[in-house]
Each structure stands twice: as structure tokens, then as C-alpha cells.
Ligand binder design. Structure first.
Ligand SMILES: [Zn+2]
Length: 368
């Protein structure tokens, strides 16, 4: 009877072990070589379920321990030992499978995070300078090579520097056309870079040779050729015995360096409050060479005239020199200025000046 019970208990425990062996089997001879990290993590979860099922408080193995009490006292230790052996085999098998998987997952994670320095990288998208900056730098380089220095100054100015010192007193008609933006406490956003002439002469005295590139502001409604903010480059040269010939020579020289040595220039009499005499300067078209025709058609940049109107110039007005404590009896000078956007749109044949400020990369990346 006892041995019958004993074999009954044994059979039950054997059955538990067989069921476990079936489930753990796939883990003990698990080939990790072809396993992905995701698959390994799924297996880890399954293993944990098997562990609970076979070693937890509600497991069949735990239930079989209750049977020990039912066998004859002299058989108890034998059956008890048997259950214990099976239990420790199960626990060991689970632990070993757990360790295998854990190691594999750790290695796989390290491998995944490892940097392969031989792989081609993702190139960062490199930007480039704005077309206005490119042109400005070209012009700056030309003037620096001619002995000019580059001046920069404030964009918010007093009426004095924006108008009075430039020989544009209150009530002067030029103030009308240059209507700019004002701050609530009466400062003006400079309407021309000529303000830098005054600041530079005050600071450095004469003789002086500078160019002043910078932003200027006008109360203009944006359209194809106008924006309320644009860039000018101002040039100033003051020394003894400076004449219109120096002006013509200088303007001609930098345009030749930019557009080629066959470039010609012409001066047309004009009026500006801060120069006397004043002249607008044109240069022979860089595209048609001044013929007005390009590939048998009317040349676009010069509109068929052969000339491109670029900017204003003249001899610095004696009142401007006086405003800077420079004696016009001893010193004379010339100044010139032009818009960078206008030059850019001519050179690149842009129909709309606003394109330069819209920051559309498809447009900008065409000009490097
Ligand atoms: Zn032309």
C-alpha cells in the first residue's frame, strides 16, 4: 500500500517534471546566434511566466509538497527528498536559462549602441552665405585693397546725424522723400549710410578713406523694387586736393575690378543735399558690354540702354565738412553710395527684390 502510494506520489512529481522539461526544453538548447534582441526579450518574458508557473506558490510542485504529509512516516523523507531534488533541478534549469538570455540581451544592447566609425556618417547640411553678403564681401575686399577701411555704425540715429549734419535742415524737401521710421522717443532709423560719414569723421578726423556698408530704412511699401529695409554701401574719401577726378577714378576702378577691365563709367549731374557738385554714376552693362543687345535681343539688366544706373555721388558739401570740424578751405573729399539689393537684382536678373528677404532656401541656394 505504502509503496503504491509512494509510486503514485512519485508519478505525480515525475509528471510535473516532464511538463516542465517540455517547456524549458526550448530554452536549454536555445541557439542565440540567430536571435534578435526583440525576440530575446519576448523569450525572457515567457521564461518568467514558466518560472511562476512551475516554482510559484500556486505551482503544481508546491501542491505536491502537500502530498508528502499523506504518505507513511517512514516513506516521507524519501518522497520529500525526491520532491526537493526535482524542485532544485527545475530552479537550476530556470536560472541557467535566465542567465543565458540576460547575457545575450546585454551583449545585443551593447552591440546595438556601439558606434561603427567606419560607416559613412550623415552629413550635416552646410549652409552658405546670403547672396547680399557674398556681394558685399567682394566689394569690401576691393576697397580694402585700395586702402579703404570698413566702418560700421548704429542704425538708430538722431535727427542730427540723419539729417542736420548732412546738410538737410528741418523743412528741407529732402526730408520729405526720405521719410523714415521713428521711435516713440524721437530717434530715427537711418535712411542712408551717409550718417557713418559724420560719425567716422568725428571719431577719426581727416584724412579719411572709408566704406560703410549697412542697413537703411525708408517708409516704402514693399513691391518689386522697394522694401522698407535695404542695404547701402557708402564710400567717403577726404584729404587735401581731392577732386571729381579722384571720384571718377575710384568709382571706375572698383567697378572694373568687379565686372572686368573693359567696364566704363559715366557721371550724370544730379542733386544731393550732402554733396556739391553731385552726380549719379552709371556703368557700362556687364552683360551686353554696353551694346544694349544680348544674343540678338534687348539686354535685360540695362533695358537695352547699355548703361546701368547704380548710385549717387559727389564732392562732400562744405557744410558737411564743417559739421565735422573739418576746414573746407584745406580739405575736400568725395562720397558715393549705392544700394546693394539693386545691384544684386541686376547682376542675377531677379525680377523681385523681395525674394532676397523671404528666406526661401530654394531661391537662396542658387547663389553661392
Ligand atoms: Zn546690357
Amino acid at each position: 500500500m505504502n509503496s503504491q502510494i509512494m509510486s503514485e506520489e512519485k508519478r505525480q512529481v515525475e509528471k510535473i517534471r516532464e511538463a516542465f522539461d517540455q517547456e524549458i526544453g526550448r530554452f536549454s538548447d536555445l541557439s542565440l546566434d540567430n536571435l534578435s534582441l526583440d525576440e530575446a526579450e519576448i523569450l525572457q518574458k515567457k521564461l518568467s511566466e514558466i518560472k511562476t508557473k512551475h516554482t510559484g506558490k500556486k505551482s503544481e510542485l508546491a501542491g505536491s509538497k502537500k502530498l508528502i504529509g499523506r504518505v507513511a512516516p517512514e516513506e516521507r523523507s524519501a518522497i520529500g527528498q525526491f520532491v526537493q531534488t526535482i524542485e532544485s533541478e527545475i530552479v537550476t534549469a530556470i536560472e541557467s536559462a535566465e542567465n543565458n538570455l540576460k547575457n545575450f540581451i546585454n551583449d545585443a544592447k551593447i552591440e546595438r549602441e556601439r558606434l561603427d566609425v567606419t560607416l559613412p556618417g550623415t552629413r550635416p547640411r552646410v549652409g552658405h552665405l546670403h547672396l547680399l553678403t557674398i556681394l558685399r564681401q567682394k566689394i569690401e575686399e576691393i576697397f580694402v585693397s585700395m586702402g579703404y577701411s570698413i566702418e560700421d555704425d548704429r542704425e538708430i540715429e538722431t535727427d542730427y546725424y540723419n539729417f542736420d549734419a548732412l546738410n538737410i535742415p528741418e523743412g528741407h524737401p529732402a526730408r520729405e522723400s526720405q521719410d523714415t521710421f521713428y521711435t516713440t522717443n524721437g530717434f530715427a532709423l537711418r535712411s542712408q549710410t551717409s550718417t557713418v560719414q559724420i560719425r567716422a569723421m568725428e571719431r577719426r578726423g581727416v584724412p579719411i578713406r572709408i566704406i560703410a556698408p549697412g542697413r537703411v530704412f525708408r517708409r516704402d511699401t514693399p513691391d518689386l523694387t522697394h522694401t522698407p529695409m535695404f542695404h547701402q554701401i557708402e564710400g567717403l574719401c577726404v584729404d587735401k586736393d581731392i577732386t571729381m577726378a579722384h571720384l571718377k577714378g575710384t568709382v571706375g576702378e572698383w567697378l572694373r575690378r568687379l565686372f572686368g577691365k573693359e567696364t566704363r563709367i559715366r557721371l550724370r549731374p544730379s542733386y544731393f543735399p550732402f554733396t556739391e557738385p553731385s552726380a549719379e554714376f552709371d556703368f557700362s552693362c556687364f552683360k551686353c558690354g554696353g551694346t544694349g543687345t544680348f544674343e540678338n535681343e534687348r539686354c535685360r539688366p540695362c533695358k537695352g540702354s547699355g548703361w546701368i544706373e547704380l548710385g549717387g555721388s559727389g564732392m562732400v558739401h562744405p557744410n558737411v565738412l564743417r559739421a565735422c570740424n573739418v576746414d573746407p578751405q584745406i580739405y575736400s573729399g568725395f562720397a558715393f553710395g549705392f544700394g546693394l539689393e539693386r545691384m544684386c537684382s541686376l547682376m542675377y536678373e531677379l525680377d523681385d527684390i523681395r525674394l532676397m528677404f523671404e528666406n526661401d532656401v530654394r531661391f537662396l541656394e542658387q547663389f553661392r
